[in-house]
Design a protein around this ligand. Sequence first.
Ligand code: AP5
Ligand code: MG
Length: 222
Amino acid sequence: MSTNIILLGPPGAGKGTQAKRLVEERGMVQLSTGDMLREARSSGTEMGKRVAAVMDRGELVTDEIVIGLIREKLSSGAASGGYIFDGFPRTLAQADALAALLDELGQSLDHVIEMRVDDEVLVARITGRATCANCGAVYHDVTRPIPADGKCANCGSTEITRRADDNEDALRTRLLAYYKQTSPLIGYYHAKDQLESVNGLAAIEEVSAEIAGLLGQQTQDA
Ligand code: AP5
Ligand code: MG
């Protein structure tokens, strides 16, 4: 049976990093609304143009747009390894929409995992981040440096980029948006008895181990 999970946490909590590991280790499918929106803006679609400035400021794009993106992905068929919702939902309206969508498709939401971190580490994590434009592998100047030959360790691409919203100004706005609009989801899922949490301040491998403990046995061959 597939397992659908949400990774919930502020910018830099490590959602993308852990999602990539779950994709590799368990054959799950990562649904990152941030990645989808960045793809839309780089492909120059009307929607991409509309959201670019909003993203660069660090504000949230409209519920309608992100719910539409998720609906499209979920409607294209179930992922046998399950979905990882990374950066979605981010508002109560999005959380309600996700519950309705999963219900419609006869699917369940199995784990909501809060990644607990302190604001102080987030600035260092975000300003040191780099991402492979080809495969999405995540690097950090200090904790996971780009290989000396400048090639992605995962796919060999030399196109390793930094995000336009990874600066201190935009990060301040992103954090504010998180506390104002997204952190109420912690209470929401707690009230639904669905909230679990891991220590996002631990080393990447330790966070992975904690998540694996919550998810139980590997589901890839199931
Ligand atoms: P999005 O792309 O989702 O960005 P975010 O939530 O701000 O989160 P990040 O991707 O910055 O952090 P992360 O938790 O994935 O951390 P990562 O693993 O990379 O959204 C971007 C924008 O799109 C939003 O601002 C908004 O405009 C729009 N948007 C997206 N979804 C939306 C929605 N649902 N509704 C409305 N608008 C939406 O790690 C960060 C760094 O730390 C990396 O360098 C990594 O190597 C390092 N690191 C990770 N884990 C550890 C660890 N345990 N120890 C040490 N270093 C670590
Ligand atoms: Mg991310």
